[in-house]
Design a protein around this ligand. Structure first.
Ligand SMILES: C[C@](O)(CO)[C@H](O)COP(=O)(O)OP(=O)(O)OC[C@H]1O[C@@H](n2ccc(N)nc2=O)[C@H](O)[C@@H]1O
Ligand SMILES: Nc1ncnc2c1ncn2[C@@H]1O[C@H](COP(=O)(O)OP(=O)(O)OP(=O)(O)O)[C@@H](O)[C@H]1O
Length: 279
């Protein structure tokens, strides 16, 4: 790996998101199953001999100092004491704020790539722990293995599940995670299920109805998609995904989608494209 390598930062899907209760600190007890897809942002890193971190291009509405990529690089500098810096190029392909974790994934790829390029040699457990303070979903991207998450999402257990093709639709709305978890109509009483990863018939998203109630575009996308495939919302929205055994069937559905909608066809993967690159 060198300065011309494009490091992938894949999206994730929450194949289920069960809300099991609310804790006294306000956070929710969850069971959620993370799988990666082969739909990615790409980042390039050139090591600098001074300690500057630059990012090109910047994201509209996100100043560099609050971009999770720059935050991750600074965190690794501080944690390791390294005196090097980096010029970072971002090829942003994932929609922002859609529940597919693009920002968290960019942060994780930055930690993994710079840990290698700066030769800081921080172990993966420590890197994942560092990432947690940048976002709840950063650790699963650092580890790169599909996983069942428990607790408030921080206890991860790698799992192997089917790797279908997905048609992911991106409704033109931004959903604030905190608003959905604060909603009065959110069901919070799903019982914990042992070996949930082995029981796909039980997988559901407890946030889905709440988001559909507030955002008709999400309800509309799901209502259209279920005619083609078993379909759900990911995370706290707004993206929805349908599951297909054949790529050609997912593409056929995409071809029939109403004009003006944004969507992509991509493959589910239990090992992330980032892990595949560094293995
Ligand atoms: C639920 C997931 O979408 C699953 O992928 C993510 O874990 C959410 O991750 P995120 O966007 O990084 O969200 P966070 O910044 O951790 O949380 C945003 C807000 O959602 C609420 N929140 C989040 C996670 C959780 N287990 N219980 C909660 O109640 C809290 O009010 C929190 O302030
Ligand atoms: N590199 C980045 N890429 C995307 N968003 C970023 C980045 N850095 C900071 N952000 C901020 O984080 C917000 C949420 O980004 P992201 O695309 O990860 O949301 P998401 O897919 O809903 O994530 P999650 O599923 O983890 O809730 C953005 O609206 C943006 O303000």
């Amino acid at each position: 790996m060198n300065s011309s390598t494009w490091w992938p930062a894949p999206a994730k899907l929450n194949l289920c998101l069960h809300v099991n209760g609310k804790r006294s600190d306000g956070y929710h007890e969850l069971q959620t199953l993370f799988q990666f897809v082969d739909w990615c942002d790409y980042l390039q890193f050139t090591v600098r001999n001074d300690n500057h971190i630059t990012l090109n291009p910047e994201l509209p509405g996100v100043p560099a100092h609050s971009n999770l990529i720059v935050k991750a690089a600074r965190m690794l500098q501080q944690h390791s004491g390294v005196t090097l810096g980096a010029d970072i190029t971002l090829d942003k392909r994932l929609p922002m704020g859609g529940g597919i974790g693009g920002g968290s994934s960019d942060a994780a790829t930055t930690l993994v790539a710079l840990n290698q390029l700066w030769q800081t040699n921080i172990a993966v457990d420590e890197l994942a722990q560092m990432g947690l303070s940048l976002g709840a979903d950063v650790p699963v991207f650092v580890r790169g293995l599909a996983a069942m998450a428990d607790g408030v999402g921080e206890q991860l257990r790698p799992v192997t599940v089917a790797e279908p093709w997905y048609l992911i639709i991106v409704p033109a709305v931004e959903v604030a995670t905190a608003d959905i978890f604060a909603a009065k109509d959110l069901p919070r009483d799903t019982a914990k299920i042992t070996n949930l990863e082995k029981q796909p018939a039980q997988w559901k998203n407890d946030c889905q109805q709440v988001v559909c109630n507030r955002y008709p575009q999400v309800a509309k996308a799901l209502a259209w998609l279920v005619d083609y495939a078993p379909s759900k919302m990911t995370g706290t929205g707004c993206c929805v995904f349908g599951q297909f055994a054949l790529k050609s069937d997912a593409e056929a559905a995409l071809a029939e989608m109403p004009t003006g909608w944004t969507a992509t066809v991509t493959k589910g993967c239990n090992r992330s494209p980032l892990l595949a690159l560094i293995a």
